[in-house]
Design a binder for this molecule. Structure first.
Ligand code: T3D
Length: 257
């Protein structure tokens, strides 16, 4: 199995599992990843998704041996059929997607981490926009997310120079949410995923929909969208529960509905 999948406390844990090649993606692994994300979207009992890597790396991007193999998929198909659907599925998933970057994240591996909703990294982890080093352009949504996260100049430099940056530099630039000590990464990040899985999933999903739209909407469009989505959230079971729990001075029990 190139992707390990388990569900713990309503959190689906997806582990990239080709440690001998630093969890770089071949076709089989990309298809398994897409299947895992589809399952997360479809199953109501899954209320948060947690993505991490097995071994010393998070993900070294495309398996370059496969990329140049005459028997392997064409480059266009690698982008169109392997990575683009993964990024779309992460962004369209109306549930929080947490990423725990446990080691180096390069190429498409870095950009998958940046497409997630909340990204943690171990202090020894690093990020590399490795594409320029092999004559490619950044894909997997990198040219969309990175400038929005860190600003145009920094994104341009990171993508053109292909420098390896450490987790704390990535944090200082606003590329990721938090850096954890190596030994605490999995516990700390997974606890956040578990907490999110107990929250009002519908409202979190609608929040994500609004944040996605804010990347391209103007203010008027965004205000209209907030009005519409707030009405939907206000009709949810969890809104009633949240307000009742507040008034009754007790912890809420959200169902994600
Ligand atoms: O067709 C297309 O390619 C389009 C799609 C593009 C999407 C992309 O992601 S393009 C970018 C592809 N990724 C890279 O260019 C990164 C390549 N890897 C590295 O630069 C380095 O491995 C790292 C900086 C990530 C880590 O360096 P280090 O020194 O910690 O490890 P290493 O010794 O280089 O790698 C360990 C093993 O993993 C090694 O195998 P070996 O010698 O033990 O048998 C190495 O060959 C293998 N490995 C690492 N990355 C890849 C890989 N094998 C295949 N593909 C890889 N991407």
């Amino acid at each position: 199995m190139n992707i390990l999948f388990e569900t713990i406390n309503e959190v689906a844990k997806i582990t990239l599992n080709r440690p001998e090649v630093l969890n770089s993606f071949n076709k089989q692994m990309a298809m398994e990843m897409q299947h895992a994300l589809d399952k997360c979207a479809a199953e109501k009992s899954i209320r948060a998704i947690y993505i991490t890597g097995n071994g010393r790396a998070f993900c070294a991007g495309q398996d370059l041996a496969e990329a140049i193999s005459p028997d392997g998929p064409a480059l266009q198909s690698i982008v169109k059929d392997h990575y683009n659907p993964i990024i779309e599925k992460i962004r369209r998933m109306e549930k929080p997607v947490i990423c725990a970057v446990n080691g180096v994240a390069a190429g498409a591996g870095a950009n998958i981490a940046l497409a997630c909703d909340i990204t943690f990294a171990a202090s020894s982890a690093s990020f590399i926009q490795a594409f320029s080093k092999i004559g490619l352009i950044p894909d997997s949504g990198g040219t969309f997310f990175l400038p929005r996260l860190v600003g145009f100049q920094r994104a341009t430099a990171l993508m053109m120079l292909g420098d390896k940056i450490k987790a704390d530099q990535a944090f200082q630039m606003g590329m990721i949410y938090k850096v954890c000590d190596d030994v605490n990464l999995q516990t700390e990040a997974f606890d956040v995923a578990k907490n999110l899985a107990s929250m009002p999933t519908k409202a979190l999903g609608l929040t994500k929909r609004a944040l996605n739209a804010s990347q391209t909407n103007d203010l008027t469009q965004q205000l209209a969208m907030e009005e519409e989505l707030q009405t939907t959230a206000g009709n949810s079971f969890d809104y009633q529960e949240g307000v009742n729990a507040f008034l009754e001075k007790r912890p809420p029990i959200f169902k994600g509905e």
